[in-house]
Ligand binder design. Structure first.
Ligand code: NAD
Length: 332
């Protein structure tokens, strides 16, 4: 299988590439990534001799098109995106550029090169806020995004389904819940909490911390995605989630306790993030019917993640910025 991975030098992309190299031994892999602040070749260092890497922007139609024509992928998996909600509140424009115009550009390239399945990584955030009494979202749920980030991701999804119907583009959209694990950028909740505690700073909780999310260990996600690519239907959408529901407060308290800190001294509550969703919850019967189920429970996943950040200060120390160090990174 010839697989082109867009955005493969980021957190989830690099974990997926590692999974492919280890488990799909005959796969030929090309990673195409712009190497923004979130993408780093260090993330691929264990597999660099087994893959091809091209530095490129998904909005650059000529370069993307030439790379596709040369490599001739059977599958194009797109992880490339601007991904941090706090950043999307401060500056939405890069989110429109990569998550909307970038997806449009990928579709235009694949409209000319018709031999690949387009596998797009979307998010549970496109379904928006679910009330406490609402049942969980299945793949037919309407899209009601709340942040500039999730709106840009929802726009990408809508272009893909439209291109599938109008031009017959062969696609599969995957909607993961919150992923966590090694190599996640320090700006995201779990690494941010671990790193702040390692630096002797208190962990912060936005608002009351009652926001509920579903937490999936990134290597389980990689296996789920691979299952969808191998066995899933095209022109189709798959939620990939764990049903490891926990609020932001519960996650922070677990990390504080597991790292041996005193919660009364190590947690501060700060102003809530504007527009924050209270609850994400998806059904994932479709992907489970393909035979996939997550293996790593939340406590074990957190233990592995804490260990990784403790042992890999070289990885995160050079990339700390105000999105980790400031208590409330958005400027509204
Ligand atoms: P990340 O921010 O760690 O990595 C994004 C990668 O995309 C980086 O390597 C970056 O260099 C690359 N990139 C950004 N803009 C690009 C462009 N214009 N051209 C080429 N490459 C570009 O992201 P992540 O957390 O690994 O998320 C991957 C995908 O999964 C995203 O589409 C995100 O929306 C989605 N997702 C993430 C989560 C999560 O919990 N991390 C949950 C649901 C969905």
């Amino acid at each position: 299988m010839r697989v082109m991975v867009l955005g493969g030098a980021g957190f989830m992309g690099s974990n997926f590439v590692e999974f492919l190299v280890r488990n799909a031994r005959r796969a030929e892999v090309l990673v195409y990534d712009k190497l923004t602040y979130a993408g780093r070749l260090e993330n691929l260092r264990d597999v660099l001799d087994r893959i091809e890497f091209v530095k490129g922007d998904i909005v650059d139609e000529r370069m993307l098109g030439e790379t596709v024509q040369r490599f001739k992928p059977e599958v194009v998996v797109n992880f490339a995106a601007e991904t941090h909600v706090d950043r999307s509140i401060n500056e939405p424009a890069p989110f429109i550029r990569t998550n909307v115009l970038g997806v449009f550009t990928v579709l235009e390239v694949l409209r000319k090169y018709r031999d690949a399945l387009y596998v797009h990584i979307s998010t549970d955030e496109v379904y928006g806020d679910l009330s406490w009494t609402q049942e969980m979202a299945d793949e037919t749920w309407c899209l009601r995004p709340s942040s500039p980030y999730s709106a840009s991701k929802a726009a990408g999804d809508l272009f893909i389904t439209a291109y599938g119907r109008t031009y017959g583009i062969n696609y599969t959209i995957v909607r993961p819940c919150n992923n966590y694990g090694p190599r996640q950028h320090p700006e995201k909740l779990i690494p941010r909490t671990i790193i702040r505690l390692l630096l002797g700073k208190p962990a912060t909780i936005y608002g009351d911390g009652g926001q509920v999310r579903d937490w999936l260990y990134v290597q389980d996600f990689a296996e789920g995605l691979y299952t969808v690519i191998k066995k899933g239907e095209s022109h189709s959408i798959y939620n990939i989630c764990a049903h490891n529901f926990a609020s932001v407060r519960q996650i922070v308290e677990m990390i504080v306790e597991m790292m041996g800190h005193d919660p009364s001294e190590s947690i501060v509550y700060v102003r809530g993030r504007p527009g924050d969703d209270r609850r994400y919850a998806m059904k994932c019967d479709r992907v489970r019917s393909l035979g996939w189920t997550p293996r790593v429970d939340l406590r074990e996943g957190l233990r592995r993640t804490i260990e990784w950040y403790k042992s890999n200060r070289w990885w995160w120390e050079p990339i700390l910025d105000e999105y980790v160090l400031s208590d409330t990174p958005w400027k509204l």
